[in-house]
Design a binder for this molecule. Structure first.
Ligand code: SF4
Ligand code: SF4
Length: 120
């Protein structure tokens, strides 16, 4: 399936949304397959264990790390914008990148052929 990315980054500067979310939090691993093999009690125990760890969040079945980028300024800008890593420029590259970032200003639409990954 091919997708085209639409929208433009607004830095998440909207009421009720944490600015520059994707510069503060990143996805470590999708645990859905692993957790589906566990009992409800085991899953609850894992979620409780995760909740005790600083900087770790289980959002659904995604393990996220809260670790703000050192290049993020206090007012939510990138201090090295223009020289920032390609990884930052292409994110979100795929629809699944937004699974934990529903407040992102980008969206993906299914297309017949050719995918766009944007270049902001
Ligand atoms: S380098 Fe800039 S764009 Fe990339 S995560 Fe850090 S602050 Fe965000
Ligand atoms: S989550 Fe989306 S809108 Fe928010 S800073 Fe990142 S790319 Fe921009």
């Amino acid at each position: 399936m091919l997708w085209r990315r639409e929208g433009q980054c607004d830095g998440c500067k909207r009421p009720g949304v944490e600015p520059a979310q994707c510069c503060r939090v990143f996805e470590v691993v999708d645990l859905s397959q692993l957790l589906s093999q566990w009992t409800a009690e085991e899953q609850a125990d894992y979620r409780r264990w995760a909740s005790y760890h600083e900087g770790v969040e289980l959002r659904g079945d995604m393990l996220l790390m809260h670790s703000p980028c050192r290049q993020l300024t206090e007012d939510g800008r990138c201090a090295i914008y223009g020289e920032h890593p390609d990884l930052c420029k292409i994110w979100p590259a795929l629809p699944e990148d937004l699974e934990c970032f529903s407040d992102c200003a980008f969206r993906f639409v299914e297309v017949e052929e050719g995918a766009s990954y944007g270049s902001d």
